[in-house]
Design a protein around this ligand. Structure first.
Ligand code: MSP
Length: 509
C-alpha cells in the first residue's frame, strides 16, 4: 500500500432540498474513510459543500419568495450544521457561490476558450431540469428522464459549447488503461458502453435573459455558465484556494450512481481540456430505496439524519447504513430493519459482551486486571480478532464496509461464545480457579480494546465509551499495532460499565 495522502470528496448538494438520507450516506462514507485511514497513519483531506447555481435553485427560491442568495445561504447553512450535529468531520465546506470558486471557474473557462475548445453555436435539444442537462433521445426511457420520470423540455437557443467529443477517444483509452478509475467495475462498463456512441459536445451556458443565477462567462457577459461546468470544478477550486493543489491527483470522488455520467464523462474531458491530471478514483454507490417507493417530500417518507440520531443515536444509524448497503448496489431503508440490527448486533452482540465482561471484572476483582495465562481457547480468541483486523482492512480498501463490519462481528460472536464456553461466572465460585477467571477476563478486556479500535471509524461514540470503561488512554487506544496482552499495565483498573445500546422495544411500521 502506498502512503500517499488521500483526498475524499462528496458531491456538492443542491440547495433545493434539505439534508436527507442520500446526502447523509455519502457524507458518512467520507467521514468513515477519513477516520479509518487516519487511524492507519495516512494523511487525509475531506471536502463537501453545496451546489447553489442553476434553474432548480432559482425556482426553489422563487417558490419560497426569497432571493436565490438568501435561499442558498439558509439551506447551505442547514447542511453545514447538520453535518456538525451528526459528528461528521469534514475538513472543508465549499459553496459554489464562494468568491474564490467563481473566480476559478472563470479562469478555467477563459483558458479552455483560449485554446479553442469552447465555441458558440445554436442548439435544439431535450433538456431535463431535474438533471440540469440535455438528454439524447436514446437515453430516455419511454420518452421520459429515467431519474425524474418527467418528459424533458425541448429547448432551442444559442449557447456556448465545450468540445467534449474531441476528447472521447482519449477518455476511452484512459478507461481501458486505468481500470481502477471507476469503481465498482459495473459502473466502468456502463460508462464504456455510453462511450461506444458519440458523446457530442456539452452545452455549458444559459443566456442571462432566461437564467441569471450563475457565473458570468469571462468572454461573454450575456451568458452564465451551465451548472455542471460550474459545480464539478469545486473539487479543484477548493484545493487551489487552500494552497493544497498537490492533493488534486489523489482525489477519490464519492458519488451516487445518478451522477455517474457528469463525473465519468464531462469531468475527465474537462480536466483533459484544462490540462489537469485526472482524479485517482470515482467511487459510485447505489441508491437507498424506500418500501413505499422513492423517498419524497410529498410521500412524507423523507429520512432526516437528525431525526434518526434523536431516535436511535448516531452510532446505531451509522452502523445500520454501513452494514445494510453493499457499496455500489441499491439497498432498502427501513426503520424496522434498523431496530432489528440495533437490538441484535449492537445491544446483544457488542453491548452485552461489554457489560458482561466489565461487570464480572468489577465483581470479582474490583476492576483490577489479572495476569494472563494463555490456553488454546485464549489463543483462538486472539486469532479471531487478528483475522477480523486483516479482513476489515482488506474490505474497507474495496469500500465493502458491510463485509468489514461482518468480519468484526464474527470476532464478537466468537468472544460471546468464549464467555459461554469458558464460563468464568462458574469458575469464580471456586477460589482454586480464580486465577483462571482473571486470565479469561483479561483476554476479554483485550478483545474489547481491539473492538474499540476496529469499530472506531464506524461507531466513534461507542468506541470512545468503551475506551472510557476500559480506562485506556487515547494514545494507547490509537496504537493499532499494540501487541495483545500489553495494553494494560499491572494493577490497571477498568470501570463499572453502563449500557452501550439500550434495546429498542417498539418497532416502527
Ligand atoms: N449537485 C449535484 C452534484 C454536483 S457534484 C459536483 C447533485 N446534488 S444532489 O443534492 O441532488 O445529490 C447529491 C447526492 O445525493 C448524489 O450523489 C445522489 O446520488 C445522492 N442521493 C440522493 N438521493 C439518494 C438516495 N435515495 N440514495 C443514495 N443517494 C442518493 O446531484
Amino acid at each position: 500500500m502506498s502512503a500517499e495522502p488521500l483526498y475524499f470528496t462528496t458531491p456538492l448538494f443542491y440547495v433545493n432540498a434539505e439534508p436527507h438520507l442520500g446526502h447523509t450516506y455519502v457524507t458518512l462514507v467520507a467521514d468513515v474513510l477519513a477516520r479509518f485511514w487516519r487511524a492507519r497513519g495516512r494523511s487525509v483531506f475531506t471536502l463537501t459543500g453545496t451546489d447553489e447555481h442553476g434553474d432548480k435553485i432559482a425556482q426553489a427560491a422563487a417558490l419560497a419568495g426569497v432571493t436565490p442568495q438568501a435561499h442558498a445561504d439558509r439551506v447551505s447553512g442547514l447542511f453545514r450544521s447538520t453535518w456538525k450535529q451528526s459528528g461528521f468531520h469534514i475538513d472543508h465546506f465549499i459553496r459554489t457561490t464562494d468568491g474564490y470558486h467563481r473566480a476559478y471557474v472563470r479562469k478555467i473557462l477563459a483558458e479552455i476558450h483560449a485554446r479553442g475548445d469552447i465555441y458558440f453555436g445554436s442548439y435544439t435539444g431535450l433538456y431535463c431540469y431535474g438533471c440540469e442537462r440535455f438528454y439524447h433521445e436514446r437515453e430516455l426511457v419511454n420518452g421520459v428522464c429515467p431519474d425524474h420520470k418527467t418528459k424533458p423540455t425541448e429547448i432551442a437557443e444559442e449557447n456556448y459549447f465545450f468540445r467534449m467529443g474531441k476528447y472521447q477517444d482519449q477518455l476511452v483509452r484512459t478507461l481501458e488503461a486505468r481500470p481502477e478509475l471507476i469503481y465498482p467495475e459495473g459502473y466502468r462498463r456502463e460508462v464504456l458502453a455510453l462511450l461506444r456512441e458519440p458523446i457530442g459536445d456539452l452545452c455549458i451556458s444559459r443566456p442571462k435573459s432566461r437564467l441569471s443565477w450563475g457565473i458570468d462567462l469571462p468572454f461573454d457577459d450575456r451568458y452564465v455558465t451551465y451548472v455542471w461546468f460550474d459545480a464539478l470544478l469545486n473539487y479543484a477550486s477548493a484545493l487551489e484556494h487552500l494552497g493544497k493543489m498537490e492533493l488534486w491527483p489523489r482525489a477519490h470522488h464519492l458519488i451516487g450512481k445518478d451522477i455517474l455520467k457528469p463525473h465519468a464523462i464531462f469531468w475527465p474531458t474537462m480536466l483533459m481540456a484544462a490540462g489537469l491530471p485526472l482524479y485517482r478514483r470515482l467511487c459510485v454507490h447505489g441508491h437507498w430505496q424506500m418500501q413505499q417507493g422513492k423517498m419524497s417530500k410529498s410521500l412524507g417518507n423523507v429520512v432526516r439524519p437528525l431525526d434518526m440520531k434523536g431516535r436511535y443515536g448516531m452510532d446505531a444509524f451509522r452502523y445500520y447504513l454501513l452494514r445494510e448497503m453493499a457499496f455500489g448496489q441499491d439497498a432498502e431503508f427501513s426503520e424496522a430493519a434498523l431496530v432489528t440490527r440495533l437490538n441484535a448486533d449492537l445491544a446483544n452482540g457488542l453491548g452485552n459482551l461489554a457489560s458482561r465482561v466489565l461487570a464480572m471484572q468489577q465483581r470479582y476483582f474490583e476492576g483490577a486486571l489479572q495476569p494472563l495465562a494463555p490456553e488454546p481457547a485464549d489463543l483462538a480468541l486472539r486469532a479471531a480478532f487478528a483475522d477480523a483486523r486483516r479482513e476489515l482492512d482488506a474490505h474497507v480498501e474495496q469500500l465493502a464496509f458491510h463485509r468489514g463490519l461482518e468480519a468484526v462481528w464474527r470476532a464478537l460472536d466468537h468472544a460471546n461464545r468464549y464467555v459461554t464456553e469458558t464460563a468464568p461466572f462458574k469458575l469464580a465460585k471456586d477460589p482454586a480457579t480464580t486465577p483462571r477467571v482473571g486470565a479469561i477476563l483479561h483476554e476479554l478486556c483485550e478483545a474489547l480494546r481491539v473492538t474499540a479500535q476496529l469499530t472506531a471509524p464506524f461507531l466513534p461514540e461507542t468506541a470512545a465509551r468503551l475506551a472510557t470503561f476500559l480506562a485506556i488512554a487515547p494514545e494507547r487506544l490509537a496504537d493499532l499495532d499494540l501487541p495483545w496482552g500489553t495494553a494494560f499495565a499491572a494493577g490497571h483498573r477498568t470501570l463499572a460499565p453502563e449500557a452501550l445500546f439500550p434495546r429498542v422495544e417498539s418497532v416502527p411500521e
